[in-house]
Design a protein around this ligand. Structure first.
Ligand code: PEP
Ligand code: MN
Length: 337
């Protein structure tokens, strides 16, 4: 249930409404906007008579929301959420670029590629230190050593770090090195991990599950939000369909759907969505045009010898050219990169 308060509701009225809601057994999440305050009342009470709340002083409107997600929904937070991390904002007019290799492979490799990321004007470098691989025999990541190298490279070029957390017992370690936790597609429905990430005070980029509906994806975001972490960023990275030419099928329409249903920013990852280098630039361009709040791109300067995802990595020169194109598309729709 969402309780929209009158523009001039007093603090006493808000407190009184909150007390009533709590007495009925609801958990309250308050959202203070520029114009008015909204109370999100969480709790399934199928027979609750909303008039009990409508009659209270200071209440403008009360309505039930049928969507199972509440905190992630546009009803709860009308304006787009902007996630601030140091001097970077994700979700505003500016489109956040994230780029880097699939995996951190060595000191040289991550420093070379982070330099390219910085040159491009992007503010966030990516790189996996713990890798979820389909085969147990494939490269699994450098672990803490990889985190240290990624942090050092990012600091050298004054960038933020995003890196994947695969399991609960990695959270404290990764926390020391990262600015944003990436929760991978394979873990989108790992509810214990989602709950734990709900308790951390750093943003989480939640990738859409391999076969997840948009509603399931938003429900996973709800887990993190309901734990108290409001720094949730969504990431469309393609879903599994019957099409086999591409690695996944890039669900471009998820971008406007998410924007309609949710206030959370949505990043597009055309690298994992297509899995093939030649398709990354067109899909990145399309994602900016479709309104993505950020783009994540995998790059490598020796993709044939990359330890993971070489076929989808853009060469530095292709990536730098793409960045210029994306800037033009962003300008055409009133945004910046
Ligand atoms: C990655 O970003 O390298 C990755 C493994 O992504 P996903 O979870 O989308 O497969
Ligand atoms: Mn990858």
């Amino acid at each position: 249930m969402v309780v929209i308060l009158e523009k001039n509701a007093t603090p006493e009225q808000i407190e009184n409404i909150t007390k009533h809601l709590e007495a009925y057994g609801f958990q309250i999440h308050k959202s203070t906007g520029a114009e008015r305050t909204i109370l999100g009342a969480i709790g399934v009470k199928p027979n609750f008579d909303t008039r009990n709340i409508s009659i209270l002083d200071g209440v403008d409107e009360v309505y039930r929301i049928t969507t199972p997600y509440k905190l992630a929904g546009r009803n709860f937070h009308e304006a787009d959420s902007i996630i601030k991390i140091k001097d970077v904002e994700i979700g505003g007019k500016h489109i956040a670029m994230m780029a880097g290799p699939c995996s951190v492979e060595s000191e040289d490799q991550i420093f070379r590629l982070t330099k390219v990321v910085a040159q491009s004007g992007a503010k966030i470098v990516r790189g996996g230190a713990f890798k979820p691989r389909s085969s147990p025999y494939s490269f699994q990541g450098l672990g803490e050593e990889g985190l240290k190298l990624l942090r050092a490279a990012a600091d050298e070029y004054k960038l933020l770090v995003i890196t994947e957390v695969m399991q609960m017992d990695q959270i404290d370690l990764i926390y020391k090195y990262t600015d944003i936790f990436q929760l991978g597609a394979r873990n989108m429905q790992n509810y214990s991990l989602l709950k734990e990430l709900g308790r951390v005070d750093k943003p989480v980029m939640l990738k859409r599950g391999i076969a997840a509906t948009i509603e399931e994806w938003l429900m996973s975001a709800e887990y993190i939000l309901s734990g108290g972490n409001r720094g949730v960023i969504l990431c469309e990275r393609g879903i599994r369909t019957f099409e086999s030419y591409t690695r996944n099928t890039f669900d471009l329409s998820a971008i406007p759907v998410v924007h309609k249903k949710s206030h959370l920013p949505v990043i597009a990852d055309p690298s994992h969505a297509t899995g093939l280098r030649d398709q990354v630039p067109p899909m990145a361009r399309a994602a900016v045009a479709a309104g993505a709040d950020g783009i994540m791109i995998e790059i490598h300067d020796d993709p044939e010898n990359a330890l993971s995802d070489g076929p989808q990595a853009l060469l530095p020169e292709t990536y730098l050219k793409l960045m210029n194109e994306l800037k033009l598309i962003a300008a055409a729709i009133g945004r910046t990169i």
